[in-house]
Design a binder for this molecule. Structure first.
Ligand code: HEM
Length: 249
């Protein structure tokens, strides 16, 4: 059985390698851009953030869209990425050129991002599996997310974890954009690769800024823990809008 899988993978390596490269951009990269853009709205206050998240939660067949366009591609990309990482040789100490460092970082940020995404899904999207609240359909997703950062112990630990996850995911995607264009023959000359690297770095910086805006907004707002207050009041707070962090109110 294992031998069969190995033979099949070897025979279809070219096709799998292309599919791996493609899924990193569409749909995973596209999802990352959408996700950071949505998250960045937290900076402008709960209303803007909630409006966008409610729109997403109201999509028909949500769970199937998530499976088809988010979870399955991430699972394939992560598993086949691990196959590539385990079989490729790492030349970073032998040939310390920029490309080798990029390849080395691409692998490590891939591993860190997969671990982060698993933790992150348990923290928010599937929190209800671990005794938390159900995310899709929540009346106030901003408050729920801010509470997830502030009150699920130990509150302070989430910020560095998210910062590391964010930097890893953004580096992995931005550098992946360059390797995608090389794999697919879009960037062939050294000159075009240089130009592409500049564009990819710019996209990375924008994604990082959006992510940090979200983390700052969600981490600095004060959200009472409903467990610390009488139950009816706690339930009311889950519904209530909290003031935007930069509204000055
Ligand atoms: C700025 C930091 C981030 C914040 C505040 C954040 C917040 C959230 C929240 C609140 C959810 C639940 C959404 C829902 O059910 O509607 C979620 C889902 C998710 N996040 Fe993040 N996230 C961050 C960074 C990332 C990064 C870097 C990745 C890497 C790819 C990522 C991947 C995911 C995935 C795969 C889901 C499940 C999506 C879905 O089912 O719709 N997140 N995130």
């Amino acid at each position: 059985m294992t031998q069969d899988v190995e033979n099949w993978t070897t025979r279809n390596h070219f096709m799998l390698r292309r599919l791996h490269s493609l899924t990193g951009i569409i749909p995973i990269g596209a999802f990352l851009i959408e996700h950071m853009l949505t998250n960045s709205l937290a900076w402008f206050g709960p209303e803007k953030f909630n409006e966008q998240v409610h729109w997403l939660h109201e999509l028909h067949y949500l769970i199937w869209l998530e499976i088809l366009f988010i979870f399955a591609p991430i699972a394939f990309h992560g598993i086949y990425g691990a196959v590539i990482a385990l079989t490729a040789r790492n030349n970073v100490t032998k040939y310390p050129y920029a490309d080798n460092w990029r390849f080395f970082l691409q692998r490590w940020t891939g591993i860190i991002t997969v671990v982060f995404v698993i933790v992150h899904l348990g923290h928010f999207r599937f929190a209800h599996w671990f005794g938390g609240e159900v995310y899709p359909g929540a009346p106030n997703p901003f408050e729920l997310t801010a509470r997830g950062f502030a009150n699920i112990p130990p509150g302070l630990i989430w910020f560095p974890i998210y910062l590391i996850g964010l930097i890893s995911a953004v580096y992995h995607f931005s550098n992946g954009l360059v390797t995608f264009c090389i794999t697919w023959g879009i960037a062939i000359s050294v000159e075009s690769r240089k130009r592409l690297s500049i564009v990819a770095s710019g996209i990375g910086v924008v994604l990082l800024i959006w992510g940090v805006m979200a983390l700052y907004a969600l981490r600095t707002v004060h959200v009472p823990n409903p467990r610390d207050i009488p139950s009816s009041e706690g339930a009311r707070l889950v519904q209530q809008e909290v003031p935007p962090p930069n509204s000055g109110s």
